[in-house]
Write a new protein. Sequence first.
Lengths: 472, 108
Amino acid sequence: MELQDFTIKQINKCLKEKKFSAKELANAYFDKIKNTDKDIDAYLNLTQDLALSQAEAVDQKISNGEEIPTLAGVPCSIKDNILVKDEKCSAASKMLENYIASYDSSVIKKLKEQGAIILGKTNLDEFAFGSSCENSAFKVTKNPHDLTCVAGGSSGGSAAAVASNQCCFALGTDTGCSVRTPASFCGVLGLKTTYGSVSRSGVIASASSLDQVGPLAKSVEDIEIIFNAISGKDILDATSVEYKYEKFIENNKPLTIGIPKEFFAEGINKDVEKIVKEAIFKIEDQGFKIQEISLPSSKYALACYYIIQTSEASSNLARFDGIRYGLSKQNENDLLDFYLSNRAGGFGAESKRRIMLGTYSLSSGYYDAYYKKAQEIRQLVKQDFKKAFEKVDLIMSPVVPFPAFKIGSKVNDPLSMYLADIYTVPVNLAGLPALSLPVGKTNGLPVGLQIIANHFEENKILSIASIIEKLV
Amino acid sequence: MLSKEEVKHIADLSRLKLSEKEIELMQKDLSAVLDYFNLLKKIDTSKIKLETEKFVSTVNISHNFEDFDGLLGTRKDEAIHQSREVVEKLIQAFPDKKDDYIKVKAIL
């Protein structure tokens, strides 16, 4: 079985034609994981019993002659901050090392209803705080294209698992870069979905005004199928909206693509710039109109993002106190000491930094200068995009200013790690959808093109991405 | 640069116990990031009005749907009865318990 060639529709076809069973397919992926994950470290936990019982149910349906949904029997991996009932969900933190999810997140419910096979839970930066997957409390996921380089983060395990054919597709979450950066570094596709399009119920919160669940896969068609399956209104997430994905219907007017000059400024790796520009030129050759645009507030977006992200994270992580679940040291007598020691022992260095930065930004005397100011700048960032989308249909840029970097090269300098997110965070601040699409390689390392659209216009992104996919 | 006392104060507010070495590292790391945040101070935002009265300020994105706020369906604030199976699972996760209750340290 050549796992690297499988798309979702091909698997569906083979299962229906009984070329192999869902169980045989799941086992083939488990074999692949066993043979390769010693080097990649994409998975934190395999959910073999669940996967095989799901596969048997799909096989039963097929042998009964029942119709099966498109995702039935398709093996996937799930980022370990998304709850799967009765399975461990650690968020790659010692705080939740032994935590077992008591319910399914809404996206998992949807995947299970379709019969998608859950192979296991993938590595991430602790609580999704990071851009390299090095902040996991348990392991560093390696880039399948160069094992000495990072896989990107925070959904690094999901991206590396897809890239090394350890699953057909994966789910990740994107708060500032976390689906797109690892997708770019590992050479797979990753979609950051519009804020409100996919339910976050049952997803361990990082920063609630920014977090979104998104798919990672190897083709535009697969991304479309998964997005279609997981999107829509959910009563358990008040920020989700009534939404139904519909394919983009091209009319006679060719789409206009905006190129923000600020995203090709100082600091970008020359090879990355060249590869991304070449992809854009190829699109121009197809008759699409290319237009330079300006997003003047984007230079403030990173600082704005890190104030908002850390503020919300410090608040969201206040729930981890060792009382209802999670790490709990019972050797303190006083309640305050009990809190202090559980949180000191449970959180890693980056989580502590973010909790403290957020607490500082929200604290008395600093709130106006940091948190309130950032909320105001967020309006400016949104206005920039609003104006841009009056003129253009889509915006294209690199995902990250450079390809995957060496493991360990940025861990001691948090600010330089944060700067990797410079092109991705404005999208989250504005709640927009954006795709990372692999368009080339430099020294063997993949480079992604970021395609950004207006709210709920994932269909425009996927329409143009399916054209570029064939050109590069 | 943040002083050690400032770092300790933020750590207290954050309910984090830090070692001396962690305090020194935080002084350096937090100060570098906060210096970077200061970039925002010089931007004039006096004309920007934050729509804070709406509870959805965080999701107040100019969506294409004209009636976006109307689409935000919120759930009634009510306790929904859960099966014993769900309750058992939640209780199982309690680190310290007596019967179905969470045990906490004495507060007073």
